[in-house]
Design a protein around this ligand. Structure first.
Ligand code: SAH
Length: 362
């Protein structure tokens, strides 16, 4: 996109409202303040969140004059897919352009139980985990609720099927974009939108303790996944800078609090890195840490990232790790690696693009 065009768009965004990030009550209040009837707000809301239109012109049950006025006063955020990779197992990875030219990625995974989408919550990330491609360029900006929803809407339209599950496990730290995350959840589960059940939504965090506690107090029925990746404070902080701020013990306490407040079983994620966190000592400590807790553990063979030196644990080590945990009554699965033949790991596709000239995408 030309610079002048980009500036015009940014200016336009400042003056207009991001109508797709409003809940129905806010939208209704806004319509009424404009002298419009409340039912118009509901019509517009359903066009955006159920029919997923990308232009006010498509809202055909609105008077022409209202459509023109909305187009002047509001921005109808919609994402443009600039690349789509389809893996042999049906996994699809999308690179989307935001209206300011930033890129984000989302992944569709097809399971027997339905279609699941992994969405990004930020453009870039400031958490700096050493194994993660998303950390490489740092944080660019938070995504708006509308931009989180759009990833789902555009993919649903692309495949023409219902999306049953959403995981907030793409680029970004969702609890570092907390207010927008909460609004996104509200809109995603609204019965005038796609009305997803809270139980079908998983939010993954690197462990921002005060936000885990705040989320717990909301008593939502979503699943919280904690990126654990190490069973000792020392190793965890070597992999994840955030661990220096929030110690392992505090993080585990916050997770226990989440379970106590919501009754939702925690998921722990543990990416296995050859020679780094997959030793006998690691599994012994991990067993101790999780034994007797009502939780689920997801072992993820590390997805090697071009820019990082980490290697996968070998298959025997992974299986031995799993067996030992299972013997101790811990509920554990090894995450099936979907989309290995495409740029499967977090942030890889986006990173690939960052190394090229900005795309002329809109
Ligand atoms: N910021 C959130 C969500 C994004 S990452 C979080 O930290 O949980 C989603 C999961 O993928 C996290 O568990 C993350 O640590 C993990 N991950 C990131 N890069 C990875 C890689 N190269 N291989 C395996 N897992 C990775």
């Amino acid at each position: 996109m030309e610079t002048a065009e980009k500036q015009a768009l940014e200016q336009n965004m400042e003056q207009t409202i991001d109508i797709k990030s409003y809940n129905l009550a806010e939208l209704t209040a806004w319509f009424q303040a404009q002298g419009e009837k409340a039912f118009r707000a509901k019509q517009v809301y359903q066009w955006m969140h159920q029919k997923h239109v990308t232009d006010f012109e498509q809202m055909t049950n609105l008077p022409k004059e209202l459509r023109i006025r909305l187009a002047k006063q509001c921005t109808l955020i919609s994402l443009k897919a600039v690349e789509r990779q389809i893996a042999k197992d049906g996994t699809r990875k999308y690179l989307f352009a935001l209206s300011d030219g930033n890129m984000i990625e989302s992944v569709l995974m097809r399971y027997r139980h339905g279609n699941s989408i992994c969405i990004s919550s930020q453009a870039g990330c400031r958490m700096g985990c050493t194994f993660c491609a998303s950390a490489i360029g740092g944080l660019v900006r938070n995504l708006y609720p509308s931009e989180m929803l759009e990833q789902i809407y555009r993919i649903a339209q692309d495949i023409g099927e219902r999306i049953s599950h959403v995981v907030v496990m793409g680029t970004g730290e969702p609890l570092d974009n907390f207010a927008h995350l909460l609004k996104f959840i509200e809109l995603l589960t609204d019965d005038n939108g796609i009305h997803m059940s809270q139980r079908n939504l998983t939010v993954s965090t690197c462990g921002i303790v005060p936000r885990i506690r705040e989320l717990a107090d909301k008593k939502l029925q979503i699943t919280l996944a904690l990126s654990l990746h190490a069973s000792s404070q020392e190793k965890r902080q070597a992999l994840m800078p955030v661990a220096k701020k929030y110690h392992l013990e505090e993080v585990m306490d916050a997770c226990a609090y989440y379970f106590a407040q919501t009754g939702r079983r925690m998921t722990f994620e543990y990416s296995l890195i050859g020679g780094m966190n997959d030793t006998q000592e690691d599994v012994r400590r991990l067993t101790q840490l999780l034994k007797g807790k009502n939780c689920h553990l997801n072992l993820i063979p590390i997805n090697p990232v071009r820019e990082r030196a980490y290697v996968q644990s070998n298959a025997d080590v992974i299986n031995a790790f799993k067996n030992r945990l299972e013997k101790n009554g811990i509920n554990v699965t090894i995450r099936r690696e979907l989309g290995r033949d495409i740029d499967g790991a977090c942030g890889q596709l986006r990173q690939k693009y960052a190394q090229h000239e900005p795309l002329d995408c809109i």
